[in-house]
Design a protein around this ligand. Sequence first.
Ligand code: ADP
Ligand code: MG
Length: 263
Amino acid sequence: PQTGTDAAASPAEAEAKATFEATGVDVVGLNKSFGDNHVLRGIDLQVAPGEVVCLIGPSGSGKSTLLRCVNLLEVPDSGTVTVGGFEVTDPDVDLDTMRRHVGMVFQQFNLFPHLTVLENCTIAQRKVLNRSQAEAEQVARTNLERVGLSEMETRYPDQLSGGQQQRVAIARALSMDPQLMLFDEPTSALDPETVGEVLSVMRRLAKVGMTMLVVTHEMGFAREVADRVVFMDGGVVVEEGPAAQVIGDPQQERTQDFLARVL
Ligand code: ADP
Ligand code: MG
């Protein structure tokens, strides 16, 4: 796995490294209950390296829980999750090692309000990856440039729009050199006028080969960017396939009902 130690290269070289060393995800037979609420009911889901999968479905269908099981923010009751050939549900696995290769972006950006944009993007690199200040700043600047926020590095989160804050959150996640990015409704908390800039950043990330699993209500984005769309309802995968098929010509009644409500 990529450790990021090669980031001691010159800024130009780091910037030239436009593509990612992406990995895949394999979820098999995943079950998760909260008390007697059986939320995930035998989920199987594969994402190939460099593939973009959009996960859609009604509120409460288990989408967030599934994402949180992929990086073990929730521990599944049964089933396995393998990231890059590395079984993260193995009880002996080192969670820190696994999590640093999986980036996650939430609906709420969760930036540190008392830290600048640049500091928000360097703190975990310093603490988790033990990078030097200079190296962490160089990596952060590369990723702030990637999300179009080079000019904003000395600002504080409350001096930014929601869309800009979410782009910082993406740059922060990318600064950890993830091999897989999980997005949980990244545009749901945004003002409509800033949704597009966040989707553009995600579209570019998809183009340069990042593996992405994206929970979204943005059907336009899913149709355009997703290699595959997975529709979940009631803790099961009801239907999956190419976006044009699942969104454009759904076969299952539950998918048709959901799309009739959101489109
Ligand atoms: P979605 O993201 O599709 O809206 P979630 O995964 O958030 O669905 O939630 C699925 C179900 O699991 C809901 O019934 C929700 O109330 C329940 N749930 C999610 N997280 C927890 C938790 N930490 N504790 C108890 N119940 C939870
Ligand atoms: Mg959710």
